[in-house]
Design a protein around this ligand. Structure first.
Ligand code: ZN
Length: 167
């Protein structure tokens, strides 16, 4: 089991746009396994490769309470969005702070699994939010970027306070 260090906001590497995965090989399997290990260790429900300083289009998600629904999505593309929902979001790159973000309610996502097979799923509610949040990371976008300047400042102040206390 390998735990990967997670980049913390405002690390500029969180803004790097990820490249598509071309080789579905053993190296990819190791990255995915390490990403799941890291996400579970940190009690997260999603992690993007961007957050562990690997600029490739890979996300892992598992919204189940007992870690039984791991899903790795490679080169994901949202092909349909329906409706909207406002949900409270957190992020492993912004530990200890949360805010509400508006996202599509239902999405249809095309992606490849770790074996390079083409898949497509329809996701609702929390899974939909989680996938959209993680896919944003692949574009160099975080949930912070969805907030108003006032809320961004509030979040930065809170982060600073949390990090000061943690020292
Ligand atoms: Zn995140």
């Amino acid at each position: 089991m390998a735990l990967l260090p997670i980049l913390q906001f405002p690390d500029p590497r969180l803004k790097i746009k990820a490249s598509p995965v071309i080789n579905f090989d053993a190296e990819l399997d190791i990255i995915i396994k390490d990403m799941f290990d890291t996400m579970y260790e940190q009690q997260g429900i999603g992690l993007a490769a961007t957050q562990v300083n690997i600029p490739l289009q890979i996300i892992v998600v598992d919204i189940s309470t007992n870690k039984t629904e791991p899903m790795a999505m490679i080169n994901p593309k949202i092909v349909t969005t329906i409706g909207s929902q406002l949900g409270l979001e957190g992020c492993l790159s912004f530990q200890g702070v949360y805010d509400k973000v508006t996202r599509a309610e239902t999405i249809q996502v095309d992606f490849y699994n770790a074996s390079g097979e083409k898949k497509s799923i329809k996701a609702h509610d929390l899974l939909s939010i989680c996938i959209q949040h993680e896919m944003d990371h692949l574009e160099g976008i975080t949930f912070y970027d969805h907030l108003s300047p006032l809320k961004q400042k509030r979040l930065r102040d809170k982060l600073e306070k949390i990090r000061r206390t943690a020292l």
